[in-house]
Design a protein around this ligand. Sequence first.
Ligand code: AMP
Ligand code: ZN
Length: 115
Amino acid sequence: MSECVFCMIARGEIPAKVVYEDDQVLAFDDIAPQAPVHTLIIPKEHFDRMGPDVPAEVISALFTAVPKVAEAKGVAESGYRVIVNNGPDAMQTVGHLHVHVIGGKRMSHGMVHFE
Ligand code: AMP
Ligand code: ZN
């Protein structure tokens, strides 16, 4: 998966504004933020998307990082949306599993993207 952009970020080959990191996951700000706070959390190991091949420990590490990212970005109290765009119908554009943490503004109830 050497051409995977998020693998390249995980390896430090592409710059990213890192928000949080541990053994299993890396969190960095989205390059095209949809809200004042828009951070992505990725497993350092490559998985195309959410599926049965993703170990429970990886899922756990991703979601354990969510409140840490929210705290670091100052939205723990105001709230935030946690989104995984998984596969074509969800408009997943980067084929490396990632969790969006989006906040810093009041969102609607709509299902379309982040609005
Ligand atoms: P998705 O549509 O869920 O696959 O989201 C992919 C996200 O990755 C989009 O919000 C992009 O703006 C973001 N993205 C793509 N390339 C980069 C990059 N090099 N650094 C940070 N975010 C990126
Ligand atoms: Zn990858």
